[in-house]
Write a protein that binds this ligand. Structure first.
Ligand code: HEC
Length: 102
């Protein structure tokens, strides 16, 4: 059991070292094709469509949950992407969103 955990830890570590490179490219591409029409290129939101800006400093986990499950607190619904994007794609697009926030 201890050995298996060590293997898991090592593979998670190496995955996290590789991810940023992939996230830059595919996260941006996913954002442009699926998110930008509501959230705008810079993530500032779209007042006319009642899409708010991404909350500054939100942790990855919160943005990942919002992307997976959707959000329906406002006038316009944020669609749920679980089943439409893979977990890896959602991680990548959220990593990209984090680069938009100033
Ligand atoms: C149809 C328009 C629309 C599309 C397309 C859309 N969103 Fe949203 N998104 C919204 C709206 C509206 C909200 C705010 C919902 C609320 O607060 O009730 C939101 C909220 C969010 C939030 C939570 C923001 C925060 O600061 O808590 C995240 C994260 C998010 N969207 C990511 C994405 C991603 C990633 C994509 C593309 C894969 C995407 N959205 C596509 C409309 C959209």
């Amino acid at each position: 059991m201890k050995v298996n955990l060590a293997i898991v830890a090592v593979s998670l570590l190496s995955a996290s070292m590789v991810t940023p490179v992939i996230a830059q490219t595919s996260g941006a591409a996913i954002y442009k094709s699926k998110c930008q029409m509501c959230h705008l290129a810079d993530g500032s939101g779209n007042k006319g469509m009642k899409v708010p800006a991404f909350s500054a400093g939100a942790p990855d986990a919160k943005l990942i949950a919002a992307t997976k499950n959707g959000v329906s607190s406002g006038a316009v619904k944020m669609p749920a992407y679980a089943g439409k994007l893979t977990d890896a794609e959602i991680d990548a697009v959220v990593a990209y969103i984090q680069t938009l926030k100033k």
